[in-house]
Design a protein. Structure first.
Length: 80
């Protein structure tokens, strides 16, 4: 599931919730639409969170010793 599926659910849900005026026996299309829209929004947010976890940030720290030499340490966000 990705952004496309989330956008599809969101769009279909908003169409059902806001634009459809038909009535089906035993089914409230407005509530079904809002539920689909909410699920679509959750899918989009979860997709964004999972993609953001794949990216890592790096930080560097350099220590200069008395003799003039330097030690550089790299830290990745997954190491923290």
């Amino acid at each position: 599931m990705g952004y496309g599926f989330g956008a599809f659910l969101l769009a279909a849900g908003l169409i059902l919730a806001l634009a459809v005026t038909d009535h089906v026996n035993g089914v409230d299309l407005t509530i079904v639409g809002w539920i689909l829209a909410a699920v679509g929004a959750v899918v989009i947010v979860l997709q964004a969170i999972s993609w953001n976890r794949g990216r890592s940030s790096r930080s560097y720290s350099a220590v200069t010793h008395r003799d003039g030499s330097q030690t550089v340490e790299e830290r990745r966000s997954s190491d923290l």
